[in-house]
Write a protein of this length. Structure first.
Length: 750
């Protein structure tokens, strides 16, 4: 535990106390000095290195592998193949619930996608394992792969995303479209994107009999524990997962991936600790991706610009052997008021790994098409695109009819527009130029993301020395959980943050659920807050029932915890320190447990979403078609802000990904071989500093008492959703050209 608990030394900058303060990351110094131990940094004694061999074909079978040649290499200990892999307790192709993804664990010689693991070479050194893998010289029987959205007949999936219906709506869309004075119909294409956090999936697996310790990055340790237990046939409590630091997650580390399980199997096979780290190109296959989509939007409006019909159809892709369906059309469920809405999805099976959650899954892809179509409709109505949105945004969630915090959305539009200077925008496209002759365009996009809550548990302890310990198996992907959750913890037990030891990132701590769905601060924070309340209540019971205490008779409700003291609510001069109470009671410490979950009654009554508006300026070279984003202003309302510095940083990250979605990022699959042609950071473009202008994120004040006890909404994903559309709309405003194929590249502009 000691090696991953953060020191009490305040390495972070202080600007005040606890919730609401812009503390710098408490683990920042550890990270920038290299002292933070990421999974692959560990070197237990006797460590062996494992290297994946992955398929160079996308469909067929592995006819032979030269295992003898690999084993003859000095340093190679073992080659794990379908012939000798350890027995599994569960079929890797079994699927009992939507979050159980089928894994490739060498269960057969068949190949279902490029970069599928086909063997694992285990050696004394990384070099020997790498050379051993190269000596395997696989011979394949190749079949023609299916690639692209037209590769096969489509099917209607049983559900999309994490379990939403594939088709839903209200009203009669066909009649509403027929009756509309203004109609827009357009089809948009978004590309496949592959998960590429800075830190690839890595694992160090150490077996001790039937007990297993793994160092591996995880956004959901308890779920990973359960998955490993099921596959390896050991009780979950025999598995310790340590995941204190992640070099990014974005959804690909939510469910444990196949290569991580292969590392565990390799360690079992050789009876020694094994390290397995994916090479960058191996991220393009077995660890999930965002699937490509083709989305058709049909909108209808009255002559005065009031929307009356939204029809949003998505065709997307999943793997040949499992289902994850990008729920892009669901973006049209919440944002714009329309009496008739229809959303539907269909999918095709292609030879790729199975897609998975990627930052704002569904909303990111869907909002690009929706925001582009809304912009086209505004233009068709002759209206300013912001004025059109102000006229049509929903004040109640259109399909469910539940009210939500639409006042906050209005404030985002207003504050963002004012900061950006939107009022000076020329209505007509293609007419604004800067002093250098570049075409200038301004665009807007609406951002939204659901405010979700999962289940979590936490434990809080107050010690006789006046310090506190708060424990929760939470996950810091880099978003700042070590800091924001510790701020909640400190306020929860009435201490300063530097007096609280915050233990996190390990599976032997209370289950914090998954760091996903932008719900971790609300969920884990809620459990921490509840645990704090429980330990304070116990401490107060000790004091108020003891005649020797100045708090005697005050009753729990009449006592507050602040600054390491309990004090009477009605007379703040009367109180005593935690240490005094525990000393008199003869206790070294006192603990309380707390849990949180979604408030069902509130969820049935209210729609819960964070909102935002993003304003983008682009400049386009009229001869070369080169596009630069020159300004981005986002305004977001996400309930209570625990740490404005971390939150702003999440908004910046989302906005940068939005730029990437609009202009840079796409996986290129060779239609003949089915292989990703740009499985590296030279060819898979993500924005660099030079691509990103100065960013502004406005934190719009919002108090939403319904979402959860602390009033927290998520901030991790929302900022992609408005940004990509805003950039695309700005490109249209600059050039008069509506590019509906993403990313928008030069060849589509000239
Ligand atoms: Mo996120 S895609 O819920 O990690």
């Amino acid at each position: 535990m000691n090696e991953i608990a953060l020191s009490l030394a305040p390495a972070h900058l202080r600007h005040g106390s606890n919730i609401g303060q812009p503390l710098t990351r408490r683990d920042g110094i550890l990270k920038v000095t290299g002292a933070a131990g990421y999974a692959a940094d560990h070197h237990p004694p006797g460590l062996l290195h494992a290297v994946l061999a992955v398929s160079q074909i996308a469909r067929g079978r592995v006819a032979s592998l030269d295992v003898a040649a690999a084993k003859a290499h000095p340093g190679v200990i073992e080659v794990m193949t379908p012939a000798n892999r350890p027995e599994l307790a569960e079929d890797p192709d079994a699927k009992h619930h939507p979050f159980m993804f089928r894994l490739d664990l060498l269960q057969s010689d068949s190949v279902r996608y490029a970069h599928q693991p086909i063997a694992v070479v285990i050696a004394e050194t990384l070099e020997a394992a790498t050379e051993g893998a190269a000596l395997l010289a696989p011979v394949y029987e190749t079949e023609a792969p299916r690639t692209g959205l037209d590769a096969a007949e489509s099917f209607v999936p049983p559900y999309v995303g994490a379990g939403n219906p594939a088709e839903t709506g209200i009203g009669d869309v066909k009649a509403a479209l027929d009756a509309a004075a203004v109609r827009v119909e357009a089809t948009y294409e978004t590309p496949a994107q592959y998960h590429n956090p800075i830190e690839p999936h890595a694992i160090i697996a150490v077996w001790d009999g039937d007990r297993l310790t793994v160092d591996t990055p995880s956004q959901g340790m308890a779920m990973a524990q359960g998955r490993i237990a099921g596959l390896l046939g050991i009780p979950p409590e025999n598995i310790l997962i340590r995941s204190p630091f992640l070099g990014g997650g974005f959804g690909c580390k939510g469910m444990i991936a196949g290569p991580q399980i292969l590392g565990i199997m390799a360690a079992r096979l050789v009876g020694r600790p094994v390290k397995l780290v994916l090479r960058r190109e191996q991220m393009f296959g077995p660890v999930g991706h965002r699937a490509a989509t083709r989305q058709t939007l049909r909108l209808g409006a009255a002559a005065d610009g009031r929307l009356g019909a939204i029809d949003h159809h998505t065709r997307t892709a999943t793997s040949t052997f499992d289902d994850f369906i990008e729920s892009a059309s669901d973006a049209s469920h919440t944002l714009y008021a329309s009496a008739a809405i229809h959303t539907a999805h269909e999918a095709v099976r292609v030879n790729t790994g199975t897609p998975i959650f990627m930052r704002a899954p569904g909303e990111a892809t869907g909002s690009i098409a929706l925001e582009s179509a809304i912009d086209e409709m505004a233009a068709a109505c002759g209206m300013d695109p912001l004025a059109f949105r102000l006229k049509n945004y929903a004040e109640v969630e259109p399909i469910s009819g539940k009210p939500f915090s639409s006042k906050a959305l209005h404030a985002c539009y207003q504050q963002g527009a004012e900061r950006f200077g939107w009022a000076r925008r020329q209505l007509a496209p293609g007419v604004t130029r800067d002093e250098a002759g570049l075409l200038v365009g301004w665009g807007v996009g609406t951002a939204t993301f659901p405010a979700m809550m999962f289940q979590a548990h936490a434990r809080a302890t107050i010690r006789r020395d006046g310090g506190g310990v708060v424990e929760i198996g939470a996950h810091d992907m880099g978003q700042g959980a070590w800091t924001a959750l510790a701020q909640i913890a400190a306020d929860g037990i009435g201490l300063d943050i530097d007096q609280v030891e915050f233990r996190s990132g390990s599976s032997d701590l209370p289950d914090a659920g998954i760091a996903g769905g932008s719900a971790h601060t609300a969920t884990a924070g809620g459990a921490i807050d509840a645990a704090g309340a429980e330990v304070i209540a116990r401490l107060a019971a000790l004091a108020t029932s003891d005649q020797r205490s100045p708090l005697f008779g005050a009753g729990n409700a009449g006592v507050i915890a602040r600054g390491g003291r309990l004090i009477r609510r009605d007379d703040e001069t009367r109180g005593e320190s935690y240490g005094e109470i525990l000393t008199r009671a003869g206790l070294a410490e006192i603990s309380g447990a707390g849990s949180t979950a979604a408030n069902q009654a509130a969820q049935e009554t209210y729609a819960m979403h964070a909102h935002g508006a993003v304003f983008a300026e682009v400049k386009v070279d009229p001869e070369l078609g080169q596009i630069r984003v020159t300004r981005l202003v986002g305004a977001f309302a996400a309930g209570r802000i625990i740490n404005p510095r971390m939150v702003r940083s999440q908004y910046y990250g989302g906005m940068i990904w939005g730029v990437s979605f609009a202009l840079h990022e796409h996986a290129v699959m060779d239609p003949h071989s089915g292989r990703p042609m740009n499985a590296n950071f030279a060819g898979y473009h993500v924005p660099v500093n030079a691509d990103i202008p100065s960013l502004e994120a406005i934190l719009v004040e919002e108090h939403d008492p319904h979402v959860n006890a602390l009033g927290i909404k998520g901030v991790g994903e929302i900022a992609i959703t408005g940004t990509a559309g805003a950039v695309a709309n700005a490109v249209w405003h600059a050039t008069g050209r509506r590019v509906r194929h993403f990313p928008i590249m030069i060849d589509r502009l000239i």
